[in-house]
Design a protein around this ligand. Sequence first.
Ligand code: GLN
Length: 269
Amino acid sequence: MKKILSMALAAAMVMSMTVNAAAAEVSTVEAGKLYMATNAAFPPYELVADDGTFEGIDVEIATAIAEKLGLELVVDDMDFTAVVTSVQTGKDDIAMAGLTVTEERKQNIDFSDTYATGIQVIIVTEDSAIATVDDLEGKLIGCQEGTTGYMYCSDDYGEENVVAFPNGANAVQALMTGKVDCVIIDNEPAKAFVAANEGLKILDTTYVVEDYAIGVNKENPELLAAINGVLKEMIEDGSVKAIVDKYINAGTEEETAEETAEETTAEAK
Ligand code: GLN
């Protein structure tokens, strides 16, 4: 019995040493914590749940990374425009906000390996005359402030034709009330906004395809390396995919179930 106990104790010590070793390798803004800068109005990547807690793909991936590094995740919710600066100035450890890798941002922060793809899509009202990217000329486009969508649109169509809103939901609201002609935003939030509001659709055309990655302070290469190590593991063992599927493909399955139910009802009539 004593022997088993001491073996268990030794095993526990080895385990805690492994955890501490991983944690000891990285320094963070606050010891034992991993601060994540985000804008929790970007479903399904980050959102505030009904009970007031943060959830979403980014939040779950970040939680898993923190755990593997022996740290506790702290979500720091802010305007999207502040996310990169918060990491750059050392207020937060990581930026995770469906954040697209761009050359401009790379001058201010480092990026991890990519863990997801984003596509800029066009949301219009169901009766809209806009059918393709070619119809956008001279139209008023709603975007979210500081995003790649805003940058591309103002470059391509002129700043005077683009209105920046604090978040995607505000831009969609402006579309519903006829203040803008369309909204250009990342595909997954677009799907969430269209599902939540009647009379909208996403055009079957992609504007720009981009990579999402985790932003890290340029002076913390140890943290960047540790994150890349954990990410690689999580991509290889399928845990990133499991998290993505939980939020994205789960919805599709529900839809399919609903459609099946509808078909059944239709047949019955
Ligand atoms: N992917 C876009 C960007 O990085 C939008 C991100 C967001 O609004 N959270 O600019």
